[in-house]
Write a protein that binds this ligand. Structure first.
Ligand code: ZN
Length: 413
């Protein structure tokens, strides 16, 4: 995607402003950058990336690009390790975020007559309050439940007549199963569900949709860039629309940092265009997706689209010039009858070549197992674009692991 000239001039002015902040986050980083050089795609792509470590190093308020008295709120990303990242918001940032979130609801067909049941968490986390502010700006009724307490969730859902569920995919599934188990679907008025974007398979999606009897929408966002609500999928269910008047999105090869073509997989990188409290230039999200070209969406909405998030770039490996990530292998194995969902990949360098061994579990034995291995090899050649060594093992033979990323072992380096 080519960067529009209007977007370039916004970025240019933003860099000019950021460079002038004494001891600002970007004043030193961009010391050698002349904003006047940012007049073309190449000029923009010469700007360095910003990564999460730099944000961590700026703890507590080093990211702030405004006087302290202009900050009205902070949020913090839920870092699993180490120092948290604190994101300061001005009054305008808080409003801009709500404006985007209102748009998300509108694209999903939510109106002020709806009752929005909000289960994501509140507090330092951005989720709950984002869903709430957007619903209120729209004029819908916000029901700020927060997570947990299933009995109360279901009671309020029934008694208040919630029509829209907002949740993570795992919590939506838990509620769907509980509703099914209690046989109370007929007492509920749910029509739609807005699900925080994370990688979740088609099987899970289908279960939530059918057990709840709702239309599903993927909502995208991250704490570092406002929070959820900077993009959402539509009724065309063909990727997520990104609000390009607030954020500029690009997709790069995570290994080389070079932009990839539309339709090619890579890492989503975001530049904020209006953020005041903590503007970010070329922030690496580590989310794996692709830009979807093809012009206007059939829903009639002109915002550019990215694909559903397919995983984290940290989990990706490059083999024989092809980027491979766990989600791709999950999807591939799901298509093949007789293969269970457990698998493990071993990559090594053997006789001068990269070798990709795919261990998968199956209940088939002897020649049936050999035949299945040939099927797996054929599908892999088609889907991944290179030859693999398939290795069927018995059910329960592979170690169980919580994290998807530990399913790929790269022994080449
Ligand atoms: Zn659309």
């Amino acid at each position: 995607m080519t960067i529009p000239s209007g977007t370039l001039s916004i970025i240019r002015e933003q860099i000019r402003r950021l460079k002038q902040i004494p001891d600002g986050f970007y004043s030193k980083r961009f010391a050698d950058i002349n904003p006047d050089d940012i007049r073309s795609q190449d000029g923009f792509e010469s700007l360095p990336f910003t990564d999460k470590d730099a944000l961590r190093d700026a703890y507590p308020l080093g990211l702030s690009a405004v006087p302290a008295r202009d900050i009205v709120r902070v949020h913090s990303s839920s870092g699993t390790t180490g120092t948290p990242v604190i994101i300061p918001y001005t009054r305008q940032d808080v409003l801009d975020w709500a404006v985007m979130f209102k748009r998300c609801y509108e694209i999903a067909g939510v109106t002020r007559d709806d009752r929005v049941h909000i289960t994501p968490g509140y507090g330092l986390w951005t989720a709950g309050i984002g869903f709430q502010a957007g619903a209120e700006l729209l004029g819908a009724m916000a029901i700020p439940m927060g997570p947990g307490n299933t009995d109360k969730q279901l009671q309020f859902m029934r008694d208040l007549g919630s029509t829209v569920l907002t949740a993570t995919s795992s919590y939506a599934l838990l509620l769907a199963e509980e509703i099914e188990r209690r046989g109370i679907r007929g007492e509920l008025k749910l029509k739609k569900a807005l699900i925080g974007s994370e990688r979740w398979g088609e099987k899970m999606r289908a279960r939530i949709a059918s057990e709840l009897g709702v239309s599903l929408y993927d909502i995208y966002g991250l704490t570092e860039i406002y929070g959820p609500g900077i993009g959402i999928s539509c009724d065309a269910a063909n990727g997520m629309h990104m609000f390009d008047d607030f954020v500029y999105s690009e997709v790069i090869d995570p290994k080389t940092g070079k932009p990839v073509e539309d339709g090619e997989l890579g890492e989503l990188v975001i530049t904020t265009l209006r953020k005041q409290g903590a503007p970010l230039i070329r922030y690496r999200t580590h989310d794996l997706t692709r830009m979807l070209g093809g012009g206007m969406c059939s829903c009639g909405c002109g915002y550019p689209r990215i694909d559903t998030i397919l995983g984290r770039t940290d989990d990706m490996v490059k083999i024989k010039g092809v980027n491979v990530f766990p989600g791709q292998i999950d999807d591939m194995l799901k298509e093949i009858d007789g293969v269970s969902s457990e698998y493990q990949v071993m990559i090594d360098h053997f006789e001068g070549r990269d070798r990709f061994t795919l261990f998968f579990e199956t209940d088939r034995i002897d020649e049936h197992r050999r035949a299945l291995e040939r099927d797996v090899a054929a599908v892999a050649r088609m889907r991944l674009g290179f030859a693999i060594a398939p290795m069927g093992v018995s059910l329960g033979e592979l170690p169980r692991s919580e994290k998807k990323s530990t399913r790929i072992f790269d022994n080449r380096y």
